[in-house]
Design a protein around this ligand. Structure first.
Ligand code: ADP
Length: 269
């Protein structure tokens, strides 16, 4: 990025596209893979999918971390039942660990009162995400999952450009799948040369509690066709499951037994 960048590319002669604009993490961090979890809009289960992927990676023996880049809607710590505040040292900020050792950093681990809203403009929010990358001592991490802000606005764009994402996982729901919103998110990543590693269809179906039959409440799933259209091989379907909501709401996501994202994680591996 040019010094004093105004983000107004139309009036700037700098050739940023050909440059590596990735920002270096903290000098004590050794992060091997960084995977963004994105959605076209909020409320589709992006944070829940991020948490489930992190739990799966940790269960498979990998040193795992979650960077909660959803600054205005931070929900990852709550799903893990993590409420202690992040501490700083002279060298940098220390992430907070979950019960099974997943390290995380989130706006809610810094705010005195977690119900306090973050009323900041885009560049300030993007700056905070960047600080989670540069000022946090992540130490050794095999897989870092980044819970991205929803949509294709200013903040996701800055993150795509600044963090060295190895790929993204796109989360959608059956009703939203056919809409163009999720495609916008995919196209944005592709334009920035970030590979789409997989697609998750959340709330894909409900399992009948009596007979175990899959009931596709939003109609037939289109995820396979959608993935094929985008040339993405790995697909996961997560049912709408009251036990999942309960685990997430009570900070017990690490105890949830559903293995719906296991195959997807294996394919990333
Ligand atoms: P987003 O990050 O896309 O805004 P969240 O992951 O925070 O969405 O999910 C929104 C709410 O829906 C949360 O309370 C979460 O527990 C619930 N939820 C998401 N997916 C499911 C699911 N498959 N089954 C049950 N509850 C779910």
């Amino acid at each position: 990025m040019a010094e004093g960048c105004s983000h107004d590319c139309g009036n700037c002669g700098e050739d940023c596209a050909s440059r590596d604009m990735h920002v270096k993490p903290h000098e004590l961090s050794k992060i091997k893979k960084v995977i963004g979890v994105v959605s076209g809009k909020g409320g589709v289960g992006k944070s829940l999918t991020t948490a489930m992927l992190a739990v799966t990676a940790q269960r498979n023996g990998f040193k795992t971390a979650v960077l909660d880049a959803d600054i205005t809607g931070p929900s990852v710590p709550k799903m893990f039942g993590v409420s202690e505040k992040a501490m700083g040292t002279e060298l940098g900020i220390l992430p907070v660990s979950s019960k099974t050792g997943i390290r995380m950093m989130s706006m809610n681990l810094l705010l005195e009162d977690e119900t306090e809203p973050v009323i900041w403009r885009g560049p300030v929010i993007a700056g905070a995400v960047l600080q989670f990358w540069t000022d946090v001592i992540w130490d050794e991490v095999d897989y870092m999952f980044v819970d991205m802000p929803p949509g294709t606005g200013d903040v996701p764009l800055s993150i795509y450009q600044s963090l060295p994402l190895d790929g993204i996982i796109v989360v959608t729901t059956p009703q939203e799948l056919v809409s163009m919103i999720v495609k916008k998110a995919v196209v944005m990543a592709e334009k920035l040369n970030i590979p789409v590693l997989g697609i998750v269809e959340n709330m894909s179906y409900v399992l009948c509690p009596d007979c175990g039959k899959k009931i596709e409440i939003f109609g037939k799933s289109h995820v396979e066709a959608f993935a094929e259209e985008l040339g993405v091989k790995a697909v996961a379907r997560i049912p709408f499951d009251a036990a999942l909501t309960k685990c997430a709401d009570n900070g017990l996501i690490e105890l949830y037994e559903g293995d719906y994202v296991d195959a997807l994680f294996k394919s990333i591996e």
